[in-house]
Design a protein around this ligand. Sequence first.
Ligand code: ADP
Length: 502
Amino acid sequence: MTSFVLALDQGTTSSRAIIFDDASHIVASAQQEFAQIYPQPGWVEHDAEAIWQAQLATAKEALARAGLTAVDLAAIGITNQRETVVVWDRRTGRPIHNAIVWQDRRTAAQTDDLKAPQTAALIREKTGLLPDPYFSASKIRWLLDHVDGARTAATAGHLACGTIDAWLIYRLTDGAVHATDVSNASRTMLFDIHRGAWDAALLELFDIPPSMLPEVVDSSGVVGHTAAALLGAEIPIAGMAGDQQAALFGQLCFEPGMVKNTYGTGCFMLAQTGETPVRSASNLLTTVAWRLAGQPLQYALEGSVFIGGAAIQWLRDGLGIIDRAPEVNDLARSVPDSGGVIMVPAFVGLGAPHWAPHARGAILGLTRGTTAAHVARATLEGIAFQVADVLEAMQSDMGQALGELRVDGGAAASDLLMQIQSDSLGVDVLRPSITETTALGAAYLAGLAVGVWDGPAALAPHWQLDRRFRSTTDPTARQQRRSDWLRAVTCAKAFRAGEGER
Ligand code: ADP
């Protein structure tokens, strides 16, 4: 008998549903975008009700496309945009405000207060995170402080909060379950990643009543069942993880030292560190990877690059030198190298490991001979160099050389980018045949909990190599290019428009 698992992949711009069979093949999928709400510069919100409706609609559509009904599903797994928060009223089941999205910067000033050395150290020690508006805690506090009557209702125990996974479970179970998994909890800045529990001191720091918080559960394990009326049967909800952690699981990075990088709008690299939460000396984040039922917490080191595939979109939309993103490859391939041009894609500052919010993009080394093709090639190199910087920081934090890099995400489709990546790292780059690793990871977590697969080891044959990219450059040439790149980064960091002599 075939067993099917439904993955709900709730992303920043769309909700998707993908049905996998027990051989990890995609049987059917559906996707719906929803509105991005920008009430003020730097603010980003989502309508939590719209997210739920889009998610439910895609689940029904995927089932219909697969020619299946709810009784054919062995389990549901959820993966989601991380850090984004919803606060809702338990009495009505309705959100008290739009969700505040991870990209939202409204709590920047509040977060500056957390940068005092003692407070920053406390946060770093307990949560593995750095003080930044990115994480959930300051957003929950903002809602309590700014929505009429919210604090009184919260103190009276009427309000519930959670990241998007918790919100979806609450709706899927018709209000019966209020839970979040350890990986999502680890992104809130309220969770002690060593003890695996909400932290009283942090809750006090952010002035958040503990009664609002969801129960923290395993990433793989039955948490509840869908209300029968929604999809036509009660289906076990058996897997949950934040999107990047789900991708790490979907890539089967189960051993310490295994690394994956996702090339989407930005790039997200996670290295599995097993039962050890590795503390970073290079400003990488220490985060929970997942927890399987009855097993200890597993940890990861994480580094994010803000502009990845978005740099290619800029070649298309900003410069107009290509019409569609995939055209970058032919253009860049039309020259043997970038002709000495270096492009630093610091359009919104630089993320890990540089953390330079004020840096801006730069193209250096232009000559009369420079063409659009050189700029295109330098752009692909700029993406790869940023990823190389993160990998190097990870190697230094972990005290070991990382053997190979597993890749996924939209821009991992570019053979040239993957070759450049391997060349810039001197490490093999492995692209699997299924690059929907985020949804696949959620499906695996859910399927493992209900016996679709016997255990993580049973998944090994499902990871199929599409292509391995091996480095073709010699170490001296590689070192030379990296040194050029690092000097270009220094220039991009040093330049501040309008700061010259007046
Ligand atoms: P996200 O999940 O962040 O929306 P995706 O994983 O869908 O992103 O990846 C989209 C990115 O991949 C875009 O920024 C686009 O520029 C890039 N991209 C898509 N196809 C290709 C390709 N064939 N070659 C290079 N880049 C590509």
